[in-house]
Design a protein around this ligand. Structure first.
Ligand code: FES
Ligand code: FES
Length: 160
């Protein structure tokens, strides 16, 4: 076992983990943060996407021990003070989900995409940026519209 310390959604956690434990299972099973989903385990679907040090990472591709000392954000950490994050609001308003299984990963990947962009995102930026996140329900159109809407709101908010 290896001892690790991580900060998840602003709370510090220490735990002994097996070196083979994937970050996604540490989040779900040790910390009980089940908003991060497992859709494939082969780094294909993106349902497990979280932020590690502010950057989106497929948490089935990372070992928990590799996250030692990191700041992690999961979908449970996106709403603040009882207010949905702009991406959560936009997915709701633009009907960017059906079953919702891919949605946490879509939102975490989109957050990183928007924050790392040099300027306003175009539709093709969003489609390219989210190509590692699969959705088997929506056909993607409403997801793209939601991300574009949230991108505008987040950029307006950050320049206010
Ligand atoms: S569960 Fe991680 S990419 Fe599918
Ligand atoms: S909403 Fe069902 S997988 Fe995307």
């Amino acid at each position: 076992m290896r001892h690790i310390a991580v900060t998840v959604n602003g709370t510090r956690h220490e735990a002994d983990v097996e070196p083979r434990t994937l970050l996604v299972y540490f989040l779900r099973e040790t910390l009980g943060l089940t908003g991060t989903n497992v859709g494939c385990d082969t780094s294909t679907c993106g349902a497990c996407t979280v932020l590690v040090g502010g950057q989106s990472v497929k948490s089935c591709t990372m070992l928990a021990v590799q996250a030692d000392g990191e700041e992690i954000t999961t979908i449970e950490g996106m709403a603040q003070g009882g207010e949905l994050h702009p991406l959560q609001k936009a997915f709701h308003e633009h009907h960017g989900l059906q079953c919702g299984y891919c949605t946490p990963g879509m939102i975490m990947a989109s957050d990183s995409l928007i924050r790392e962009a040099d300027g306003p995102l175009t539709e093709s930026d969003v489609r390219l940026g989210l190509e590692g996140n699969l959705c088997r329900c929506t056909g993607y159109h409403n997801i793209v519209q939601a991300v574009l809407a949230a991108s505008q709101e987040m950029r307006a908010g950050s320049s206010a």
